[in-house]
Write a protein that binds this ligand. Structure first.
Ligand code: SAH
Ligand code: SF4
Length: 353
């Protein structure tokens, strides 16, 4: 099997170069260039052209772009990639004056089946490998003049259902690309054993927990995993994480009009988010509409009211601007649209006599 560009470790690169009779200092030039400097291989002009070409040929990229979309102001770029075995995954780059954040996928698809999520609606394909996760960050970096400062595991998939590859990728982003641990955020739907393993990881990454409801009955309708790990258990694991790492935990809450955005639900939520070291922070995300879910996004007034109720109860709350909406930047949506488009194309092809 071929080794992908970012799957080749230092020893593999060293052996490849030694076989070609290259001097030993080339190993550092290649490894530092690809990771610390985050350059595409073509830009490593300290290497002779023929060597760059032979490295590129021997260690191919793992992701081939199928689609790339930019918003009008060029602050958000989204890619749909195809892996060597034909799986499709998405990556988003979001830039602001203060930071450049890459949102990575950790799996092709997702087995968790959250009802409002395009990825959940499509089902699970496979885990991504660490090198495929790293490549998403580096490919986004190659397209950005601004240095990528943050990585969030909020693309397709449940990162804590793929802990080995996800933790390995966190280590590599920290050790090789130089990202700070607190600027890596793992978002989970509440896989409690995975949260406990994350607490044992020797990197204090930021934990985000997708909650979406203040009570088990409603949450189970949105997040089937709630039957296995109900809210109380998820919150206990999150409290332990906050305590152990001294890091504030963030909660995500997709606001669905008239479903989970009543003022009484804000009060109930605030009542549950007590006892967190560093306080609890809630990110309110207006629902992105998806084909398989009937709910609508909460309007601005309801969002602001919900946020105010949380704040008056001592819980920090921010309303997340849904900046990707004009390019379908929510989780799994670009792929969903691509596949619908292809199905429609097949359909119309069939109609040609
Ligand atoms: N599986 C992880 C991380 C990927 S999803 C998790 O669920 O946390 C990243 C975030 O996007 C989660 O908070 C998820 O609930 C949210 N999300 C998914 N579909 C959405 C939609 N249609 N509208 C708004 N938020 C959505
Ligand atoms: Fe999976 Fe997260 Fe989507 Fe749920 S919201 S289906 S856990 S990607």
């Amino acid at each position: 099997m071929t080794t992908s560009r970012y799957g080749a470790d230092r020893d593999t690169v060293a052996q490849f170069l030694a076989e070609r009779g290259e001097p030993r200092y080339r190993v550092d030039q290649v490894v530092d260039g690809l990771y610390a400097q985050r350059q595409p291989i073509d830009n490593l002009t300290t290497l002779p052209l023929a060597l760059r070409e032979s490295i590129a040929g021997a260690f191919p990229l793992a992701l081939e772009p199928i689609r790339e979309q930019r918003d009008r102001r060029d602050t958000t770029v989204k890619w749909l990639w195809r892996t060597a075995d034909g799986a499709q995954v998405e990556t988003v780059l979001m830039r602001s004056p203060k930071r450049a954040t890459v949102c990575v996928s950790s799996q092709a698809g997702c087995a968790m089946g959250c009802t409002f999520c395009a990825t959940g609606q499509a089902g699970f394909e496979r885990h991504l490998r660490a090198d495929e996760i790293i490549e998403q960050v580096l490919r986004a970096q190659h397209a950005s003049s601004q240095r990528v400062s943050n990585v969030v595991y909020m693309g397709m998939g449940e990162p804590l259902a793929n802990v080995d590859a996800v933790f390995a990728s966190c280590h590599r982003l920290h050790d090789e690309l130089g990202l700070s641990a607190r600027h890596l955020t793992i978002s989970t739907v509440g896989v409690v054993p995975g949260m406990r393993r994350l607490a044992e990881l020797d990197l204090p990454v930021t934990l985000a927990v997708s909650l979406h409801a203040p009570d088990d009955a409603l949450r189970a309708q949105l997040v089937p995993l709630n039957d296995r790990y109900p809210i109380a258990e998820v919150l206990d694991a999150a409290r332990e994480y906050a305590q152990l790492k001294g890091r504030r935990v963030t909660f995500e809450y997709a606001c669905i009009s008239e479903v989970n955005d009543h003022p009484a639900q804000a009060d109930a939520l605030a009542g549950r988010l007590t006892g967190f070291r560093g306080g609890a922070h809630v990110n309110l995300i207006p629902l992105n509409p998806t084909g398989g879910f009937a709910g609508r996004a909460s309007d601005r007034e309801r969002l602001e009211h919900f946020a105010a109720r949380l704040q008056s109860a001592g819980v920090q709350a921010t309303i997340r601007r849904n900046r990707g909406t004009d390019i379908d930047a929510a989780c799994g949506q670009l792929r969903a649209r691509e596949q619908t488009g292809r199905a429609q194309a097949r359909e119309s092809a069939r109609m040609v006599p």
